[in-house]
Write a protein that binds this ligand. Structure first.
Ligand code: CU
Ligand code: ZN
Length: 179
């Protein structure tokens, strides 16, 4: 809900300025911010890529994993709080992005936290392609590219979207630095 605040501030500004307020050029306001990074496994090998486009009201991310990159099946996918993939268990990336003490889980009545994303499905050959969206912004207040960055983490198991702290998703098996 953090990302609605700038919009409210903008509306307040426009209302205060009345008819004299200068509207920002539409093209500039709509330009999506982009970010891309390699996704690496525990050995430090690149197994795929992360591509983010962040628009005015939503962030859209694409995950592309090459054949052999992941064990087949469902895998939890989250934004973790620190942009550090340097240890093999990816614990340096800390817990989920969560600025307001929400509970974990897209299906949790007291959730979700800002790191929660749908599961990723890897095919029999270990490849995966997905496009998902999030309300968590790339830049600005509560953004992924804050002082210590963030990480996209892929887990060994699927996220049940309800239980604490990470939906039973298990080990962290792949990581991308967002900084
Ligand atoms: Cu996670
Ligand atoms: Zn979570």
């Amino acid at each position: 809900m953090i990302r609605t605040l700038p919009l409210l501030a903008l509306l307040a500004t426009v209302a205060a300025g009345g008819a004299h307020a200068q509207e920002p050029p539409k093209e500039a306001a709509k330009a999506a911010e982009t970010f891309s990074a390699p996704i690496k496994n525990a050995k430090g090998d690149t197994i795929g890529s992360l591509a983010i486009r962040d628009g005015a009201n939503a962030l859209v991310l694409r995950v592309a994993i090459q054949p052999g990159g992941l064990p087949p099946g469902w895998h939890g996918l989250h934004f973790h709080a620190v942009g550090d993939c340097s240890d093999p268990k990816f614990m340096n990336s800390k817990a989920h992005v969560n600025h307001d003490q929400s509970k974990h889980g897209l299906l949790n009545p007291d959730g979700p936290d800002e790191g929660d994303l749908p599961n990723l499905y890897a095919a029999q050959d270990g490849s995966a392609n997905a496009e998902v969206w999030s309300e968590t912004p790339l830049n600005g207040e509560g953004g992924l590219k804050d002082g210590d960055g963030s990480a996209l983490i892929i887990h060994a198991n699927e996220d049940d979207h309800t239980s604490q702290p990470i939906g039973g998703a298990g080990d962290r098996i792949a990581c991308a630095v967002i900084k």
